[in-house]
Design a protein around this ligand. Structure first.
Ligand SMILES: Cc1ncc(C[n+]2csc(CCOP(=O)(O)OP(=O)(O)O)c2C)c(N)n1
Ligand SMILES: [Mg+2]
Length: 568
């Protein structure tokens, strides 16, 4: 096929670079791209599947979640500055989640000629012209580029995918005007090869030796990691080190992936246990964690040694990040852990006293695990922990949970059994409204798995449920949303009590701007969006409601289970 427009070239290049999905919210700027999808399809060329989304933040959360599951960046096409603004706080989540995504935004045309040049032919195209469209996302994107000429397109797309996927991954933001999209393409020298994603950095051998030696000598080491279990390799590496060194593992503070089975004896059961382990530690190994502990809540030992392994241990995107680190190693977390474990195994093989110390710790850990609290019984008023008890009864080990439970996140991390890598994901970032789009993205990436999101009622509403539930039907990506409905923003109430314990708000047992008196009827909202809906008020009713909802999901329909809980 002889390509006629730069838009056709663009769509071709996206497919050629392995973009499987193009999440699209179109406008006047995207007309050449929309046409190109059909012309390429008719010519038998592979093109990304185009998924319409009625709200841009939902698209971006879906692309982010897809990255979390696969490590493969997808493309989100948005309408000029307005669509870019609707990406909203999900842009921040992409930054903190180190998610590889390619966002392409149209730009209003430069020319004023009507016709095939794609120039301005409607009043809106003057109004769309703003001084700094990329400025909307500049503080968060990893890389920004405007495609100003057809002959740079191949390099711009190749580089966008390369930059987005390289570690630490992030957002590549491209803009392109409608008239450039209408320009004749420059395919004569176009190439899709030569844009490799760099292989992950291996750790420095001397630093690995130093860390392994410190772990061999340690009396009370601890491993703090949030993200490394996102991949099977990371999960395996954490488990191997815990099995060898008997060191406790936590990722509970800034929450995170299943880094080790929640049933493994090394998995610290809650934040209090994590804080105790960190304060008592003589060696702290931090691997891919942005907030390893709270300085305000934890006093470290004076003789502690802190080691930090991360693709970006300097945390360049955080203006103040000053945890006291002795040795920082720039490396992929999984590769770093595997190297440290191999080195430590070598030391243990050579020194029986080290082998004995490690074996003692492993044995001690196994004994401690028997003392874990049992599940909360399911009777009487429903509680967030009770909801986890119910979920444990109905979900399988391989089902994937998407967490945005806010003040009840600890109920999820402490109460939900998660034993397999990649079976828990979330934004783990500041912008609420990720979970529903995230659930869509997970389901796209893992169509054979069940997807269950656990959200606060506020988080659910931030997630644009009318859009996300509609998309579940449009895309054929059903999921179950479990709402922990405490009737408002508890997270925005507790800090008022915290700062003013004897204040007017604490006395009134409420704070302005945090209670929902007229929340939607959630099951009715679900029904309006083609989803199955349930409301549960009594603990005894939970499991049957969850089962009915999962039946609906298994039959291809999204479902919403509103769990009414009373919380201060
Ligand atoms: C986009 C966005 N707006 C506002 C906030 C501030 N915020 C943080 S938590 C929260 C309340 C969340 O409510 P809900 O999901 O019901 O959880 P709960 O606090 O009740 O546990 C708000 C408004 C935010 N993080 N992101
Ligand atoms: Mg709430």
């Amino acid at each position: 096929m002889k390509l006629k427009t730069t838009a056709e070239h663009l769509v071709y290049l996206l497919g050629a670079h392995g973009i499987e999905y193009l999440f699209l919210n179109p406008g006047t700027d995207t007309a050449p791209v929309q046409e190109a999808v059909y012309t390429l399809t008719e010519a038998g060329l592979p093109v990304p599947a185009v998924l319409l989304s009625t709200f841009e933040s939902v698209s971006l959360a879906a692309a982010h979640a897809y990255w979390n599951m696969t490590g493969r960046p997808q493309a989100v096409f948005v309408h000029v500055d307005a669509g870019t603004q609707n990406l909203g706080a999900m842009v921040h989540n992409v930054l903190r989640g180190r998610a590889g995504v390619v966002v392409i935004a149209g730009k209003t045309p430069y020319g004023e000629e009507e016709g095939p040049s794609g120039g301005r032919n409607a009043p809106i195209q003057w109004l769309q012209d703003v001084p700094d469209q990329p400025g909307i996302i500049r503080g968060y994107a990893k890389w920004v580029q405007e495609i100003t000429r057809p002959d740079m397109l191949d390099r711009a797309i190749g580089r966008a995918v390369q930059v987005a996927a390289s570690s630490p991954a992030g957002m590549a933001y491209l803009t392109v005007s409608r008239d450039v999209l209408m320009d004749p393409p420059r395919v004569d020298h176009s190439r899709v090869t030569g844009f490799p994603v760099p292989v992950p950095a291996a750790p420095d051998p001397a630093a690995v030796q130093q860390i392994a030696a410190a772990l061999a000598a340690a009396q009370a080491p601890v491993l703090v990691t949030s993200r490394v279990g996102r991949t099977e390799a990371g999960f395996t590496a954490v488990t191997a080190l815990a099995d060898l060194a008997g060191l406790p593992v936590t990722g509970r503070l800034d929450t995170g992936a299943v880094n080790i089975s929640s049933l493994h004896p090394a998995s610290l059961p809650n934040q209090a246990a994590a804080a105790a382990a960190v304060s008592a530690a003589d060696v702290i190994l931090v691997v891919e964690s942005d907030v390893p502990w709270l300085p305000a809540k934890v006093t470290l030992r004076a003789d502690v040694q802190v080691f930090h392994v991360d693709p970006d241990p300097a945390k360049v995107s955080m203006p103040l990040w000053s945890y006291p680190v002795d040795v920082a190693v720039q490396a992929d977390g999984a590769a770093g852990l595997a190297a440290i474990t191999a080195e430590l195994a070598g030391i243990a093989a050579a020194k029986p006293e080290v082998a004995e110390r490690l074996a003692d710790r492993v044995a001690a850990q196994r004994e401690r695990v028997t003392a874990r609290p049992g599940p909360e019984p399911l009777e009487g008023p429903l509680t967030p922990r009770g909801v986890m008890t119910g979920l444990n009864q109905v979900i399988d080990a391989e089902d994937i949970v998407v967490e945005e439970a806010v003040t009840n996140a600890s109920a999820v991390y402490e109460g939900l059994e998660r034993t397999r890598p990649g079976t828990l994901t979330g934004p783990w970032a500041p912008g609420l409204g990720w979970a529903l789009g995230g659930a869509l993205g997970v389901k796209l990436a893992r169509p054979d798995r069940r997807v269950i999101t656990v959200t606060g009622d506020g988080a659910f509403l931030f997630g644009v449920p009318t859009s996300a539930l509609m998309m579940a039907a449009e895309w054929g990506t059903p999921f179950l949303a479990v709402i922990l409905n405490n009737k408002g923003y508890r997270a925005s109430r507790l800090p008022v009590y915290g700062l003013f314990p004897d204040g007017a708000s604490a006395r009134r047992k409420t704070a302005v701007g945090t209670r929902f008196s007229w929340a939607p009827d959630y099951p009715a909202l679900a029904a309006a969006c083609h989803a199955h809906g349930e409301r549960v008020e009594k603990a005894e009713d939970l499991v049957p409601a969850l089962r009915r909802a999962l039946e609906a999901v298994d039959a291809g329909r999204a479902a919403v289970v509103e769990c009414v809980t009373e919380q201060d």
